[in-house]
Ligand binder design. Sequence first.
Ligand code: AN0
Ligand code: CP
Length: 315
Amino acid sequence: MPMKQFLSAHDVDSIDDLIDLARRHKRKPRNLEDLGYGKTIINLFFNPSLRTRISTEKAGLNLGFDVITYDASGGWNIEFETGAVMNLDTAEHVREAAGVLSQYCDILCVRSFPSLTDKEADYADRVMKSFVQYATVPVVSLESATRHPLQSLADCLTISEHSHRPRPKVVLTWAPHPRRLPQAVANSFAEWMVEWDKVDLTICNPEGFDLAPEFTAGAQVVHHQAEAFRGADFIYAKNWSSYDDYGATASLPDWIIDESKMALTNNAYFMHCLPVRRNVVVTDGVIESPRSLVLQQANNRTWAAQAVLGRMQTK
Ligand code: AN0
Ligand code: CP
């Protein structure tokens, strides 16, 4: 079924179908090279990106779309409040911004990070939802304040390619980081793993770092890595800042993923969405080991994006 938006796992009829489609694109990247003929994708970035930007551009080009990327990560002060008197810092209202961009494209892709200060606005996903509301073309999330669905779809594909038994044990573990980061990748990973229903998901994080309950339903949540790692087939590491004490972080270097923790697992694969801080999040030895899938995950971003872009309902 064509999709009118791609913001979360809930916009997808069948994750397995989408994974199959991504696999077909991976085998024959140019098989549908006329699909986007005469159509344009705009990628709008309010925050920087390496993987998402290039893989989405490549996916669009493989499908024959024209692709225009606008990097607004240097700053573009948009107003989101209805009825705002715009005599301060905001230069343009999202109604015009979304309306204007819709004149120039057939699919609008948007990346926007959370403030990590205003929990209510972040969890209302105000930036992404405003673009959805005021754009007249389908909107694809390139990571919003709360979710990163293209990353999660690529992660489903990667796990499906390396899964050698029914319902493997997948562990999403918090890991240290010097800066405060969004919960989006972790939220989305949990949401997709539960919705996909092909793995058993354990989420492991320090006390005070539980994800929002809407994302953890259906997963086991534990607070000790030694307990979580036992018997794991996949270790997915990610830092996130606190949801409860919103945006707060903690210095817990012992949560690093190292060889001794990986030795507790069922010879697990190591996964991370990247970018990663070496020897803070994960040791060189683990990320460089033959069980590390980080480059396969990055590769699969293209095929995931191609599956999604090809499914969007354009005029
Ligand atoms: C971002 C995050 O944690 O959401 C992007 C991840 C894809 N990471 C960093 O900014 C390091
Ligand atoms: N994994 C990921 O989304 O990376 P970028 O921030 O480089 O796009």
